[in-house]
Design a protein. Structure first.
Length: 86
């Protein structure tokens, strides 16, 4: 017999806001997650051209916007993948 899988699913909804989030100074984006790493294996984000704001942190520390593409998914390999492959 197999043990039940240890999985979880977190859903997040980012409604459109007037103020753009700026993780570098913490201003704007009050209805968003703050700067963070994704601790799971994979994060799947459905992009919406009307609601932008996704940014990734470059190795230099600079925050770079990820332009939304209609109908696209962003797949992020999270912290768990780094642990598994280290």
């Amino acid at each position: 017999a197999f043990d039940p899988p240890k999985t979880h699913l977190r859903l997040a909804f980012y409604p459109e806001t007037e103020a753009a989030a700026d993780p570098a100074n913490g201003k704007g984006g009050a209805m968003r997650y703050g700067a963070h790493t994704d601790y799971t294996g994979f994060t799947i984000l459905r992009q919406d051209p009307k609601v932008s704001g996704l940014q990734v942190q470059a190795p230099t520390g600079e925050w770079v916007p990820v332009p939304p593409i209609e109908g696209a998914l962003v797949i992020n390999a999270g912290d768990l993948i780094q642990v598994w492959t280290n």
